[in-house]
Design a protein around this ligand. Structure first.
Ligand code: UD1
Length: 463
């Protein structure tokens, strides 16, 4: 990829217009047989938190293995508005946060990306003030930020929410420094844990976060902060202790592989009855996902320390309940629902992390699945095969589930709402095509109609 300063070359996204991606349609031809190897990209959720973490550093940061995604681009734009210089070179991001300013993060971007709220912690601890609009992101429930705010207040921040903007500042005679505190999270929120780790790195004294999130992305952020000189213990357990330091220094840091992308490709192998390999991966980040795939009847073989092979077989139903790490990840719930929709027998998927994260059920049912929603449970009666249909992606992971369902279904599936997909999967279509899948994205309605007619008439697959 060419070397370009993000600050100069990207224009802000106009939220009043429908994103161009929204008008495009992805055609997926089913009964796919896949084979080969997939290169897994850097973890989106790590990269977003670590980009916010770069605000802590008064020197250059070099981030490696940063996926090229819409969410990353939006985060870059937010940092740019906050006075940060960012340059992408291939998979690397060079970030120069020497002179952050306390200008307000722009609502039109923050409203599209929940992770952008995470800038509140580093801005507040470095500058003593932060103004960040309440966030947006996937439409999967209310997703409040009360745990972030209560934690910052425990560290001495004054917080006011005015016209949808969270205004946090540190006042008092002791300078504009947050103070270490003991914080108990009512729920092990990933975002709140990350906000508070970042805030505590430069606070005065020691901060303890109890009932902290244990996700690998939290550990990655903590490791990034430690590489800059932060003093953090216990990341990856439910108690994290941070001893504040006066300042941090430059760093060269590589983001971990994306465990959700890995899980999505494992499901792609299972759902198409195809043997594929994936690397680089960290197998123990996927313990719950691999255990469920084995219960369902597929073999998942750890080939080298960082490579997985999936060898599928008949799919059997199994119940799944999402929970915080190391439990089964909520981000894999929709992909597994596509898989279980075509397995032998009945099962229940229970979503416990987010409310309103079962909206893909209606779309899978359009493809012939037999799924009923009762509260936060999806009761699945396996069918022998799904059938291609026009469907709408309702959130990021739902969009992946529809692609997976389309790969296995009889006939062709036409997926709209692709801006969700582009938020979180780097080159998904190209990677699947490399494995032998038939997919084609067309840009506007007219082109879609034309292509649909041609394809329906001739039954021709794209080259
Ligand atoms: C992160 C991930 C997302 C993943 C989720 C759970 C990023 C950018 N996104 O989201 O992909 O699905 O973790 O693994 O890393 N909650 C509150 N108050 C708060 C914060 C959270 O009630 O202040 C609730 C949320 O509404 C939700 C639950 O806690 O029901 C989990 O949210 P959280 O772990 O914070 O998820 P995110 O950090 O938003």
């Amino acid at each position: 990829m060419e070397d370009r300063p993000i600050n100069q070359s990207l224009s802000l996204i106009d939220t009043n217009s429908v994103p161009a991606e929204d008008k495009s349609v992805l055609h997926v031809w089913g009964r796919a047989s896949l084979s080969g190897h997939v290169k897994i990209s850097g973890a989106k959720n790590s990269a977003l938190a670590i980009m916010a973490g770069a605000l802590l550093c008064p020197e250059d940061c070099l981030l490696r293995n940063v996926p090229s995604l819409l969410d990353i681009e939006r985060m870059s734009q937010i940092l740019s508005v906050l006075g940060i210089k960012i340059k992408r070179q291939g998979d690397n991001l060079e970030i120069d946060a020497r002179t952050p300013d306390d200008s307000q993060a722009p609502y039109e971007l923050v409203s599209q990306l929940r992770a952008s709220f995470f800038v509140i912690g580093p801005l507040l601890t470095r500058l003593g003030v932060a103004r960040v609009p309440l966030p947006g992101g996937c439409a999967i429930g209310a997703r409040p930020v009360d745990l972030h705010v209560r934690g910052l207040q425990a560290m001495g921040a004054e917080v006011q929410i005015d016209h949808g903007v969270v205004h946090a500042y540190v006042s008092g005679s002791g300078g504009r420094k947050l103070k270490g505190a003991k914080i108990y999270l009512d729920f092990p929120s990933v975002g709140a844990t990350e906000t508070l780790i970042m805030a505590a790195t430069l606070a005065e004294g020691e901060t303890t976060i109890e009932n902290a999130a244990q996700e690998p992305e939290v550990v990655d952020l903590a490791n990034f902060c430690r590489a800059m000189g932060a003093k953090i213990r216990g990341a990856g357990t439910n108690t994290i202790i941070i001893s504040g330091v006066p300042s941090l220094h430059s760093v060269d840091y590589s983001i971990i592989p994306d465990r959700i992308e890995t899980g999505t490709f494992l499901v792609a192998g299972a759902i198409t009855n195809s043997e594929i390999t994936l690397s680089p991966v960290v197998p123990y980040h996927l313990t719950a996902v691999i255990a469920k795939l084995r219960e369902i009847g597929t073999q998942v073989i750890v080939e080298e320390p960082n490579c997985l092979r999936i060898v599928p077989d008949t799919l059997r139903a199994t119940d799944i309940e999402t929970s915080p790490y190391p439990g089964f990840p909520t981000d894999m719930q929709a992909p597994f629902m596509a898989l279980l929709a075509q397995s032998e027998g009945d099962c229940i998927i229970t979503e416990t992390v987010f409310e309103n994260r079962l909206r893909h059920v209606a779309e899978l049912n359009r493809m012939g699945a037999d799924i009923r929603v009762k509260g936060n449970n999806a009761v699945i009666r396996g069918v022998p095969i799904l059938s291609g249909a026009p469907v709408l992606a309702t959130d990021l992971r739902a969009s992946a589930a529809l692609v997976l369902a389309g790969l296995a279904a009889e006939g062709k599936t036409a997926i709209r709402g692709l801006h969700h997909l582009d938020r979180g999967y780097e080159n998904l279509e190209a990677k699947l095509q490399q494995l032998g899948a038939k997919l084609q994205r067309v840009q506007d309605e007219e082109e879609v109609e034309e292509t649909v007619q041609v394809q329906d008439h001739d039954q021709v697959l794209p080259k």
